[in-house]
Design a binder for this molecule. Structure first.
Ligand code: FMN
Length: 322
């Protein structure tokens, strides 16, 4: 089941996606604990790193239990991206440096000409990747989308350029930038990328359970699956996929008791990292994800959206799940 990204062994085929505001250290610990073989940290801006922006530097926080871990950077200028990669290479204990070439949000892809915008210029991708590879010791990977839009689905060309430039793996989200999150991930393009390069290809898009993971792996031939939205409020997804891929076992969904305990565990881990106030604010996002599909949780969701302290949070949850 294992594969290598450069010299880094990934012990299974199940990977946590980078998600801004979500894939921080506490969540990555949960993902690893429940069976992710590799976790990606959310993107950090090259310029933020170079200007020693306090918020950006805090995003680099990680612990040894998360390893192997990939730290993602984004930017559009080769020189500052090399500087940022060098900074990560020296100062972060992560195992892999990933470059974001798929982010569709206007602030990144249009205003900053970073993220998915890079897909419009495969030669620039070659330059950025080869220059970073020359300067750092950790393996360098890229994460891309199928292309900028339907008329420019160039993931295969981009993947070949990145491989030639020395990238050690490529994650492909099978949607274009213009698709955003609509429609479905195109497995054909992931398959075409896998057939076009020798380095590991990580299939991404719409994997939410064992059967969808198996389909991605079998249809595209990719080396591993990457899970984003399917892990929101659901760190158990990694254990479910792991069991299903091993022998088709369908693991029971978590009980309400397990969900309650996980929500408190997640809150406590966030408190340790960010303090009670910010942790409670962040749990306003995670809470509804954990409660998805649970009947009569509307009032609890409302209460959690106003909760400011751990005590209140635990009281609301205990009352609901009693
Ligand atoms: C809340 C959120 C934040 C995201 N942040 C990032 C990011 O920082 N870097 C990145 O490459 N992709 C980011 N993505 C995209 C995911 O990594 C992934 O490619 C996408 O969600 C498709 O996979 P999925 O269908 O499993 O969700 C983000 C997605 C979500 C939902």
């Amino acid at each position: 089941m294992s594969f290598y990204i450069g010299n880094i062994e990934v012990k299974n085929k199940i990977i946590l996606a980078p998600m801004a505001g979500v894939s921080n250290s506490p969540f990555r610990i949960l993902a690893r604990k429940y069976g992710a073989g590799l976790v990606y940290a959310e993107m950090v801006s090259d310029k933020g790193l170079l200007h020693s922006n306090e918020k950006t530097l805090k995003l680099l926080y990680m612990t040894d239990v998360e390893k192997p871990m990939a730290q993602q950077i984004f930017g559009s200028d080769k020189d500052t991206m090399v500087e940022a990669a060098l900074y990560i290479d020296k100062h972060s204990n992560c195992d892999i440096i990933d470059i974001n070439m798929g982010c569709p949000v206007p602030k990144v892809a249009i205003k900053a000409q970073a993220g998915a915008s890079l897909l419009k210029d495969p030669d620039k991708i070659y330059d950025i990747v080869s220059e970073i590879v020359k300067h750092v010791t950790k393996p360098v990977t890229i994460k891309i989308r199928a292309g900028w839009d339907d008329n420019s689905k160039n993931a295969v060309e981009v993947a070949q350029k990145a491989e030639a430039a020395g990238a050690k793996a490529i994650a492909v989200h099978g949607r274009t930038r213009s698709q955003g999150y609509s429609g479905f991930a195109d497995l054909e393009i992931i398959k075409a990328v896998k057939e076009a390069v020798k380095i590991p290809v990580i299939g991404n898009g719409d994997v939410t359970d064992g059967p969808s993971a198996k389909r991605m792996l079998e249809y595209t031939g990719c080396d591993a699956v990457m899970i984003g939205r399917g892990a929101l409020g659901n760190p158990w997804v990694f254990r479910e996929i792991d069991a299903y891929l091993k022998d088709g076992t369908m693991v029971d969904k978590p009980s309400n008791e397990e969900i309650k305990e996980m929500m408190i565990l997640h809150l406590d881990a966030l408190i340790e990292l960010k303090g009670e106030k910010i942790a409670c604010l962040e749990m306003r996002g995670h809470g509804p994800w954990y409660l998805k599909g649970i009947a009569h949780a509307k009032e609890l969701r409302y209460k959690l959206s106003r909760t400011q302290t751990r005590d209140e949070f635990v009281e609301h949850i205990n009352e609901f799940f009693k």
